[in-house]
Design a protein around this ligand. Sequence first.
Ligand SMILES: C[S@@+](CC[C@H](N)C(=O)[O-])C[C@H]1O[C@@H](n2cnc3c(N)ncnc32)[C@H](O)[C@@H]1O
Length: 210
Amino acid sequence: MSIKSYFMAKVYDRSMRGMECACLAEWRANLLSQAEGDVLEIGSGTGGNLSYFSDSVSNLVLSEPDPHMRVQLIEKAEKNYRGEYCVKPCGADEIDLPNGSFDAVVSTLVLCSVPSQSASLAEIRRLLRPGGALFFIEHVVASDDPGLFRWQRFWNRFWVFMCGNCHLTRDTEQAILDAGLEFESIDRTRSNGGPAIVSSWIRGIARKPT
Ligand SMILES: C[S@@+](CC[C@H](N)C(=O)[O-])C[C@H]1O[C@@H](n2cnc3c(N)ncnc32)[C@H](O)[C@@H]1O
């Protein structure tokens, strides 16, 4: 793994602090308290979601492909997470588990960074039980704001290079629909406390049809 990913993992929590305090922590708490049963989190990063899961989660699988992120994830889980969990060292499109293993999949700030949204979302759909839910918080293309969209397009290549393949211009809402999931709730919103080019977000729940 590269020096860049080592430093990204080192500074990740600190670099997110402004946005966490301004809005993200509240979004995580509101959304993730609803997850229950067998839950898979993709791209768990440094474990920023761990404190928001409720006792209704019976088994938690945390997957994270980056070894530097994973070190912090394991430390946080060992210290703070009381329930049953395991950590898988893999990406969202290579979870080696049977179809329909999960009641819920959690993706927060991950679908911007995966190499292929369609491959990751196909795997999420495969792993969900019928009626199971994808809980998502993702920054997305500012399709409702042409001025901001121009800035996102301008900075995108640099951002992808500097920030671990994080894309500014992905239409994740459409990608979720294209994967055959149905929105139960979706909030298209703006964030505070971070750079304007990542201020356009979607958060909510999408279900695999029964
Ligand atoms: C911006 S961080 C988000 C971390 C965490 N989910 C959060 O909410 O703070 C993006 C994460 O996606 C992970 N990632 C990158 N490629 C991935 C893939 N193919 N599958 C799953 N996760 C991936 C990165 O290693 C990183 O931990």
